[in-house]
Design a protein around this ligand. Structure first.
Ligand SMILES: O=C(O)C(=O)C[C@]1(C(=O)O)C=C[C@@H](O)C=C1
Length: 253
């Protein structure tokens, strides 16, 4: 859809579709135990000392360097976790539609997303243990982090649509830099309740054990649906709303 015809309904539709990517990524990650060496500060160090630190950091950084060369971060909807020292793109620039207000480019909360994911979320949906599959674990984490980052930063588009639909409602709070009022204005409790119910239902449907015998393994899911609901209620939606507030605060700059 052309960006200028985005509506609250269409951006919500995109958030609903992104739920599928997030839930599938969590299911894939939950396939491995926690594998804590993946996050240990001293796991990677090579003889030339070009990198030392956690394996996850190494995998994400290298992947972002590759995709930066392929032009990924020329798209204003993409946010790198390690924006410092990214190599230049080797592909011709594409003229992405300018839907967002330009100061949006300064908002990147990936450090918070990383911290929440590694230090809080993982423990909620991944079993303890170590099976040595650290590289595959890091690759699964990368997919989760990218899906979460994309969804949370999509808050910029949601905020822009809300602002365009009723600027007179938002302008006084923006001028007063009143975060609390902005948070109240952009919050729809009924929508949040529906999101939490829907993601639990999707986690049940996507994460059920499929067997061919009649009395399959009912009630056993690859990721606990109530945990998925909690991840949304306690982390994903609050972080999205944080992005929305940050965006609106800069909307009149
Ligand atoms: O749908 C919206 O209006 C949004 O801003 C998105 C979202 C969410 O993160 O899912 C965030 C805030 C609202 O309270 C409801 C839902």
């Amino acid at each position: 859809m052309a960006k200028n015809s985005l509506t609250l309904e269409s951006v919500r539709h995109s958030l609903i579709r992104q739920e599928d990517s997030i839930i599938f990524s969590l299911i894939e990650r939950a396939h491995f135990p926690i594998n804590s060496p993946t996050y240990s500060p001293s796991h990677v160090s090579n003889s030339t000392h070009t990198f030392s630190g956690p394996l996850l950091r190494f995998v994400v950084k290298e992947n972002e360097a590759l995709l930066a060369k392929a032009g990924k971060y020329a798209n204003p909807e993409e946010h790198p976790f390690f924006p410092e020292d990214l190599p230049p793109s080797v592909v011709p620039p594409y003229n992405f539609p300018e839907f967002l207000h330009p100061p949006a480019a300064s908002i990147n909360i990936n450090k918070d997303i990383w911290d929440a994911y590694v230090n809080k979320l993982l423990q909620l949906f991944v079993a303890p243990g170590d099976d040595g599959n650290y590289a595959s674990t890091a690759a699964s984490d990368l997919v989760c982090l990218q899906a979460l980052s994309r969804r949370i930063h999509y808050g910029k588009l949601v905020a822009e649509v809300k602002f365009r639909e009723s600027p007179q409602e938002y302008e006084p709070a923006i001028r007063a830099k009143d975060r609390d009022t902005l948070m109240k204005l952009l919050t729809f409790e009924k929508v949040e309740e529906a999101v939490m119910k829907r993601v639990a239902k999707k986690a049940m449907m996507f994460g059920q054990e499929v067997t061919l015998n009649k009395d399959g393994d009912h009630g056993k899911y690859k990721v606990d649906p109530s945990v998925v609901s909690r991840l949304y209620g306690d982390w994903i939606m609050p972080l999205t709303k944080h992005v929305e507030v940050e965006y609106l605060l800069r909307r009149l700059d």
